[in-house]
Design a protein. Structure first.
Length: 213
């Protein structure tokens, strides 16, 4: 995902390989040290550019971060959505447990492969209003209805309670994102996490609330 983000930077008429180096360096240091603890001088050294180059193109460190994250939302989230839909279309889940296990593990692999961007994104979205607005404005209907179709199947099979699909989806993402944010962005648990055991616990938590009583 980082490669795609940097390629988008390079393809922009206003940006060059040098600015792609700045983006990459900023993401890596923001992820490691946090935005507040990172200086433009550190970014410049890692990117092998003059500090003035950062100020010339971005003005401030805040604008650099916002540029990276807005690009992430506008360019990469649609690609993430397309990838997820494609994977769901290739599967034929029989049980709700197999469906959730696949989804949770697949998204965990994705997060692990993109740890730097995920960490930066999660830590900043809470405080960044323009970022939140851009994220909220995205349309996830296509993905949502893929989930709803499976939920209807599992209700028919007697595995899920007869609850509104929107509530089921909200509960599912609340369970996954709450734990994923803690494990992969706010703590060091990702270094030792047993993904199979962790996802099994998430599936159990979901079924405890949404499963057929």
């Amino acid at each position: 995902m980082l490669d795609q983000l940097l390629e988008e930077t390079r393809c922009s008429k206003k940006q060059t390989d040098k600015l792609a180096q700045i983006d990459k360096a900023a993401i890596e240091i923001f992820s490691e040290k946090g935005f507040a603890n990172t200086s433009t001088k550190e970014i410049a050294i890692k990117a092998k550019v003059a500090e003035g180059t950062i100020f010339k193109h971005y003005g401030t460190k805040e604008n650099l971060l916002l540029n990276i994250l807005l690009k992430f939302i506008k360019v990469l989230i649609p690609a993430i959505k397309k990838d997820l839909i494609s994977k769901l279309d290739q599967q034929n889940f029989i049980t709700v447990e197999s469906f959730l296990s696949y989804f949770f593990k697949d998204r965990v692999r994705f997060i692990q492969e993109n740890q730097d961007i995920f960490t930066v994104f999660i830590k900043e979205i809470v405080y960044n209003e323009p970022l939140r607005k851009n994220l909220v404005n995205l349309h996830f209907d296509e993905v949502k209805y893929k989930f709803f179709a499976y939920f209807d199947l599992f209700k028919k099979n007697g595995e899920l309670a007869n609850i509104d699909n929107g509530i089921i989806l909200k509960h599912m993402f609340k369970i996954f994102l709450t734990d994923a944010i803690w494990v992969f962005a706010l703590s060091d648990e990702h270094k030792t996490v047993d993904v199979d055991k962790w996802t099994a616990e998430l599936v159990g938590e979901f079924l405890n609330g949404m499963g057929k009583k």
